[in-house]
Design a binder for this molecule. Sequence first.
Ligand SMILES: *Cc1c(COP(=O)(O)O)cnc(C)c1O
Length: 349
Amino acid sequence: MQTTSKKFTLESLVRKNIRALKPYSSARDEFTGAAEVFLDANENPYPSPFNRYPDPLQQNVKERLAVLKKVSPENIFLGNGSDEAIDLVIRAFCEPRQDSILITDPTYGMYAVCAGVNDVTVQRVSLTPDFDLNLDAIAEQINATTKVIFLCSPNNPTGNLLSRNKIEKLIEQFRGLVVLDEAYMDFASGQSFVERLSDYPNLVVLQTFSKAWGLAGLRLGIAYAADDIISVLNKIKYPYNINIQTQELVLKALEKAEIKNRWVEEILKQREILRSELANLRITEKIYPSDANFILVKIKNAHRVYRYLMDRKIIVRDRSRVTLCENCLRITVGTPDENNRLLLALKEL
Ligand SMILES: *Cc1c(COP(=O)(O)O)cnc(C)c1O
């Protein structure tokens, strides 16, 4: 593995054209203070809740999040879902047809999709049979083209946290960026790496409002990282990537974090009920441990069961053709009623 014998410098990782880029700038970027007359952006002057452009840097949301997560607003990037942050990291740091990202299979599909769109090679390393990082195999794959490693913990679709000390080793020893996707961290027993940001200049932690916060329809994802990484992402994002309504509604949700916490508690309770009920089914072969709001289950003839459930208007995720997930379905924990409908259908199979 390429080790950090040299001090980590972000500058050398950023693509040349991005380093040289002069970002889009609006008149409102050039003005500080409280303006009163807005004749700069060709907006419609007549009142409507949305006649003005939104705050391009979402300061209000970031200030609130910064308090909640004990970081500075300069360590926060907000995107149109985490998917925007995934795409921007690849676009900022990986030269098309030259550089690579490394992912650990099985994992979330968007890393490879975004790399593909950007014509960036995907290096794949399988997780161990118990779904943990194989550091030796990763070290073997890494070469001079590897710019970003994507890790997902708790991992989708397997549901488990990756070993904390292995994640730390990888961040410490890898010369490029490590993106750690914590979309499911609210459901996990472990601690977030957001708390470790100041130790790691090459770490990007992704979180989202799409899962525990119950706001998938609003599209808001977060990247936490050192301020120079955040500056690069801000430089290349669309100027008004988060709309006014999303900013307002997320601010409201943040005021009521206890609602999110109650949902999480309930979902965790339901997860354990679902687990034990699934374990009683004849077709169940293995239930994998979960630190997320879904359960990976190995069952007989998974693909056929998947089709059968669809006929009963119940949709789960068929992962039976995915590396290490043969005959596995990924089942999201629903309401008690939804979970019971699933269990009833499976019993009647
Ligand atoms: C659901 C999910 C996300 C969330 O993506 P958004 O674009 O924020 O909705 C991110 N990463 C993983 C691993 C996920 O499963």
